[in-house]
Write a protein that binds this ligand. Structure first.
Ligand code: ADP
Ligand code: ADP
Ligand code: MG
Length: 675
């Protein structure tokens, strides 16, 4: 008979806690949530069979509080703990404490975690096993002389990395010798501050690389299989934003080879549970070991969708002491899966995290095929929740699959446009723009993709839309439906008259303005829906859209389309395929009159500088009366462990400084003014 766990405590929050609870339910296992004071009303608390409050909002006092978590295990009678990712998932002290208390840890053993958790140590191990590593050194850098000689030997550009690093932090690219000294100082102090460990090592910076990783599963009896790869090259700040499986770059032979290397590494540390071996792959398809993550990875769903294996279920079974149910030959990958990480961050300010309340929040439910089959949302929030600055800014993960990459992209594009979030800056528009990007569609990826295609800041207005006229057609149909409704309402108000369309003809001709383009359209009710005519193009729009629905979902000449449409004060705000635009609908007469008015001059560049995010005012780099030039740093705001420079957009003189260094500030608070 197989071993079974009865009650699992999940030492995490957000989407990953919800994800684990879902599988526990299916397996008939009771789930216990733990939560901080800030998470009393969180979704994972609602979903779990039972929940225990473990401390304040500050992670060290709650989700990182080992003793409080152990106490919660005892008080609820749980027999195992799943750590999710982040927090205590790769903490050997935690795993050892659980062992002492006879609590099962749903993850690998402490030795495997400590050997793989340290990048210098795992590099050494990989080298000794003949697993290719990036050219570099496997000793902590002692001083500048040592760094200089290694960098010169391997050749610039090089990368400095914190041995204890993770989550993309503690990494610096150095292009030339003169920058090495400063980079070394910054990197080791960042490493010390973030990881309490200032050991740095150095490796060759691979140009235009891809990040491709291998998922493995191993049991406690020495059986190890790999479940193929995931490509995670769409990154910002060395952190993943979109992932997919399989990789459009890998050949079967490479997959086999990388899989073998990953298994070799896992076996060498007697690994059990799920784990990921990350590789960096250069343009010539050479792959090099980066690190091993000894936990469930954020992007694990794409592997689940192409292999049909529930990784959380496997982790639970392995932890309970069961043998793997399948061998390598049984692992089959089919179809294609994509994941988009929905972050509370603002791509328009260079992806700065944002905090605030999710005033409106609705997850997509259908794919472009109109069914629920190809869309999966791993969510962790409710409408009305506050995105708290103490935690990761990821709101949810949107995952789609299809029989091939194009189909998975099609569903992703649909689902992104059906995803409705208001009240907090988020990256959905950016994700849609990535999906619309021809290079992305061709699978020509590299970790520089975002930088190269979008620059440091995403400008939605620059997003190229394949078919602006289609937007005009949908807005035309929506406007017609609104006009119909108004006409009916007015008609029925007229006393003693028959409510007939003949009484009040519905207006049906408009000029629709999107940016600089204007479309003259005509709309009419037809048997199937609404016929919209623009020039020579005639479309039949079918939809069950109703006024007040923020999402238009329907078909245009039988092609499925979803689009966000919000009507406010005579203007439609639309969001589609990454394009965010205001659309004006005018009567032909109004449009004619407007075109005769003189054009307004372009508004002046701003004189006022506001905080882009809530946080701490770290520095004010100017004084009142000082002359500043365009591009000069005015102040620095820190939040979520990131420093953000406020840069002058023009030349001028500082006329007033409103705040002092060290002040805690809100997003949108005025910092200083120029004249
Ligand atoms: P993945 O490798 O699964 O894609 P990420 O790099 O996005 O994961 O990190 C997942 C989460 O774990 C994030 O919240 C990240 O900040 C956190 N994290 C990862 N490694 C570490 C680490 N060494 N120390 C602290 N937090 C980490
Ligand atoms: P973390 O623990 O923060 O995830 P990794 O070592 O996995 O750190 O690296 C994170 C990302 O940094 C990689 O996905 C890749 O984009 C980039 N990177 C790491 N090492 C190199 C390298 N040698 N050359 C180029 N890019 C690299
Ligand atoms: Mg990594």
């Amino acid at each position: 008979m197989s071993n079974k766990l009865k009650t699992i405590l999940i030492a995490n929050r957000g989407e990953i806690a919800c994800r684990i609870i879902r599988t526990a339910r299916v397996m008939g296992i009771k789930s216990i949530a733990v939560y901080s004071e800030a998470d009393v009303n969180a979704l994972h608390v609602d979903m779990a069979s039972d929940a225990v409050e473990i401390g304040s909002a500050v992670p060290t006092e709650s989700y990182l509080n080992i003793e409080a978590i152990i106490e919660a295990v005892h008080s609820t009678g749980a027999d195992a703990v799943h750590p999710g990712y982040g927090f205590l998932s790769e903490n050997t002290t935690f795993v050892e404490r659980l062992e002492e208390e006879n609590i099962t840890f749903i993850g690998p053993g402490p030795e495997a975690i400590s050997k793989m958790g340290d990048k210098i140590e795992s590099r050494k191990l990989a080298n000794s096993l003949g697993v290719p590593t990036v050219p570099g050194n496997s000793k902590p850098i002692q001083n500048l002389t040592m760094a200089n000689s290694i960098a010169t030997e391997i050749g610039y550009p090089v990368m400095l990395k914190a041995s204890a690093g993770g989550g993309g932090k503690g990494i610096r690219i150095v292009f030339e010798k003169s920058d090495l000294k400063e980079a070394l100082e910054v990197c080791s102090s960042e490493a010390k501050a973030n990881f309490g460990d200032d050991r740095i090592f150095l490796e060759k910076y691979i140009s235009n690389p891809r990040h491709i990783e291998i998922q493995i599963l191993a049991d406690k009896f020495g059986n190890v299989v790999h479940l193929g790869e995931r490509e995670c090259s769409i990154q910002r700040r060395h952190q993943k934003v979109m992932e997919e499986a399989p990789s459009p770059f890998l050949t079967d032979q490479m997959r086999e080879e990388m899989g073998k290397n990953a298994i070799k590494l896992a076996k060498s540390v007697n690994y059990y549970s799920a784990g990921t071996v990350e590789f960096i792959v250069d343009e010539e398809r050479n792959f090099f070991f980066l690190e091993m993550n000894t936990r469930l990875q954020v992007e694990h769903p794409v592997t689940e969708l192409v292999t049909g294996v529930d990784l959380v279920e496997q982790m639970i079974k392995i932890a309970a002491g069961n043998k793997l149910e399948f061998d390598q030959k049984k692992v089959k990958m089919s179809g294609w899966a994509l994941e988009s990480r929905v972050y509370a961050e603002n791509p328009e300010t260079g992806f700065l995290p944002s905090v605030g309340r999710l005033i409106r929040y609705r997850e997509p439910t259908t794919s472009a095929f109109g069914t629920k089959k190809n869309v999966r949302v791993d969510g962790g929030v409710n409408e009305g929740d506050e995105i708290n600055r103490h935690y990761d800014p990821m709101i949810a993960k949107l995952i789609t699959n299809g029989k091939n990459r194009d189909e998975a992209i099609k569903h992703m594009r649909w689902a992104i446009d059906e995803y409705y979030v208001r009240g907090i800056a988020n990256n959905l528009g950016f994700l849609a723009a990535v999906m619309a990007n021809p290079r992305f569609q061709a699978g020509e990826l590299s970790t520089n993709f975002i930088d190269e295609e979008f620059g440091a800041k995403f400008i939605p207005e620059k997003t190229k839309h394949e078919d602006i006229e289609l937007i005009a057609i949908i807005v035309g149909a929506v406007n017609f439906m609104l006009a119909e409704k108004r006409t009916h309402v007015n008609a029925s108000k007229i006393d003693g008259q028959i409510c007939s369309r003949d009484v009040m003809p519905i207006k049906n001709e408009w000029v629709i303005e999107i940016g600089v383009r204007k479309f003259s359209i005509e709309a009419r009710r037809s048997e199937k829906g609404i016929d919209v005519i623009v020039g020579k193009r005639k479309c039949c729009v079918e939809t069950d859209w109703r006024p007040s629905y923020p999402i238009f979902a329907g078909r245009v000449n039988n092609n499925p389309i979803s689009m966000q449409v919000e009507y406010n004060n005579g203007v439609y705000k639309i969001q589609h395929f990454g394009l965010v635009a205001e659309v004006k609908v005018m009567s032909p007469l109004a449009a004619e009159m407007l075109s005769r008015l003189p054009k307004k001059s372009v508004s002046e560049q701003t004189n006022k500088f506001f905080s882009p995010m809530p946080g701490l005012l770290l520095s004010i780099d100017v004084e009142e009366g000082q002359h500043v030039t365009q591009g000069e740093t005015l102040a620095t705001v820190e939040a979520m462990k990131m420093e953000n420079k406020i840069v002058s957009e023009k030349n001028g003189v500082v006329s007033k400084i409103y705040l002092e260094i060290g002040e805690s500030i809100e997003a949108g608070q005025l910092i200083l003014e120029l004249k």
